[in-house]
Design a protein around this ligand. Sequence first.
Ligand code: PMT
Length: 402
Amino acid sequence: MSYLKDKCVVLAVSGGIAVYKAIELLRLLTKAGADVHVIMTRSAQEFVTPLTFQTLSSNPVHVELFNLIAEREIGHISLADRADLFIVAPATANVIGKIACGIADDMLTTTVMATKAPVLIAPAMNVNMYTNPIYRENEARLVRLGYLFADPVCGSLACGWEGQGKLAAPEVIFEAALAALSAKDMAGRTLMVTAGPTREEIDPVRYISNHSSGKMGYAIARAAARRGARVILVSGPTCQSAPFGVELVAANSACEMLAAVMSHASRCDVVIKAAAVADYRPVERNASKVKKHSDSMTIELVRNPDILAGLGAMEPRPFLVGFAAETDNLVEYAAKKMKDKNLDMIVANDVSRSDAGFNADNNRALLLFRDGRSKDCPLMSKDALAERILDSIATELNGDRG
Ligand code: PMT
């Protein structure tokens, strides 16, 4: 999805072994449509040459404060003015210290000081530098002043130490960049999203499940966090990475998902149930692996609790959005589910086609509302559909249907 079309992003790279990760970040930014201008400090150029960034950004890389060509329009000021977002990644303790103290003695620090755009800083340094009270004060000061941070993660550091200081993954910094540029129409709201399948265990090695990958629910959680919501993502077992800024709660079975959802529901403004919850579970889970004694076997199943119906019966209840995965009679079955489960809205998706629905990257859906209105969402990426669903929820919550 071209999230950053028409956006100018300045990517400022300071010196550290993590410079190579800034290349992947640049790739993500340009893939999302951003016009990226790279600034490199002198020490960053010791790790990777400007040519790499220049080739991938299709823009000249800025390395000198006084460049005769760029200075025709005062390079650092024009770049600072043009930026919609300024990212410093990796950001060394030295560069962060300079920014915090207002020191502007090279292209990076001068431009960041002159910009009015949001500044996102992704630190990378030795764990003892990261925990040093001087660094902590510098970071706290910048946070107070509205600078955004994509915190480093724990791991084994290039210097040989173990601890927090590793540059956040490029995907995480990219998500933080999208969040920095998104309208915050969900700010102040708490949203719970469920995603993925559930697993109903037969014995320690076997289970009953379905083909849900979690992509749809995770796309909604990511988009809602970007739009400023506090997001609780209750997830069945999936291969999806935890979205940036989202509280992830793991639930394996339908009963575990019920417990997780109900423990948070009363504090939520909105619940969106994209999970494909198994309707039945084995009456008994064998404690040890079931042996093959005969040519056939029968497993007795019992109905799982309907989590969404339970939410629909709450008083008061959050704004409730269900999903309906159907292979036939899409509208009729989805409308019945909306009524029976007392929902505000239902996302009806036809899962009979291989280009959409379960495990696909794309989806198509019909959004049905309680008062009989509907909105058609043709085949699009799950990220794009997530935005459409949230647009509709925001409209319903804000009462501005026009
Ligand atoms: O995960 P992906 O691979 O991206 O695929 C996305 C999806 C196809 C799983 C998703 O778009 C979707 O349709 N999710 C709902 C699947 C489903 O279980 O539909 P249903 O029609 O069986 O259930 C209706 C609603 O009741 C759903 O919101 C479901 O979460 C909820 N439910 C169902 C059973 C149950 N015991 N408890 C529930 O809360």
